[in-house]
Design a protein around this ligand. Structure first.
Ligand code: NAP
Length: 254
């Protein structure tokens, strides 16, 4: 029983993860689904969402869904994946409605969707690139909180994990917009922690350094020296599943 709790055992949970089309979000979704948990996921790319849907086991015993499946939110599947841009408040509002209609209110939310500016000194970062980083990494998280926190508050339980970064706790040249967004995530999380009723918790989580498209953007070819998302996911999944309301307001690292 203790061992099962340490690997994140216990009853199956419903986990909402934003940014599941690739990188950390995809690997985490697959790892949690393999452990029998239900995934609600989103990202912008419809074809990658469909590919993930086809790969997800429908239950801990099931084989992956047939690749002929055409709907990304098929009712024959316990998971719910959909193409949504977290920057759109109205889309997230509709997403929350769909989640309620299909009785999949999440036990855990992982605000993982994120983007980084192309390495550049701040005066060379185009305004639209700065906006893209803030709109995705900060306002996207706020959109999810706005529409999903009331559902969790109504149920009197829920864990929110806001994906932060080492660069949300220390500065770095040429990624100032990204650092600003992740420092904001740390501040947002710690402030929201003070607003939550008992039973709920919000945590900012730095994933460490993992070889993804995002890391390749800022590290170049040396990104390949770091662990893959598939190596990272088991430890991250166990850590996330073991979070409790006692962790409210914490800044943790995988
Ligand atoms: N990799 C690392 O070493 C590292 C280190 C520190 C922090 N992080 C954080 O970990 C999280 C995941 O990073 P990653 O390395 O896995 O990045 P990644 O490989 O670039 O993947 C980013 C994911 O976010 C989705 N996404 C981006 N913009 C979106 C939007 N507007 N709406 C919905 N989904 C969107 C992408 O899907 P679409 O393009 O299909 O929308 C993709 O699935 C990020 O928050 C990142 O800041 C990563």
């Amino acid at each position: 029983m203790v061992v099962s709790a340490m690997i994140g055992g216990g009853p199956p949970k419903t986990v909402l993860i934003t940014g599941v089309s690739r990188g950390l979000g995809r690997a985490l979704a697959l790892e949690l689904a393999r452990r029998g948990h239900t995934i609600i996921g989103c990202s912008r790319s419809q074809d990658k969402i469909q590919a993930l849907q086809d790969e997800l086991p429908r239950s801990s015993e099931d084989p992956p869904a047939a690749s002929s499946s055409s709907s990304s939110s098929s009712s024959s599947c316990k998971h719910l994946l959909t193409a949504i841009d977290v920057r759109s408040d109205s889309s997230i509002k509709e997403f929350a409605k769909l989640v309620v209609q299909t009785r999949r209110v999440p036990d855990i939310i992982v605000n993982n969707a994120g983007t980084i500016n192309k390495n550049n000194k701040i005066w060379e970062v185009p305004a639209e690139d700065f906006d893209m980083v803030i709109d995705t990494n900060l306002k996207g998280v706020a959109n999810i909180l706005r529409h999903f926190l009331p559902l969790m508050i109504e149920r009197k339980r829920g864990i929110i994990v806001n994906m932060s970064s080492g660069w949300g706790r220390s500065p770095a040249a040429e990624v100032a917009p990204y650092c600003a967004s992740k420092w904001a995530i740390e501040g947002l999380s710690r402030s929201v922690a003070k607003e939550l009723p008992p039973g709920l918790a919000v945590i900012s989580l730095s994933p460490g350094v993992v070889n993804t498209d995002m890391l390749a953007s800022c590290f170049g070819s040396s990104a390949a020296l770091y662990p893959s998302p598939e190596t990272w996911a088991p430890k991250a999944a166990t850590m996330i599943l073991n979070l409790t309301e006692d962790d409210n307001g914490a800044s943790l690292t995988v």
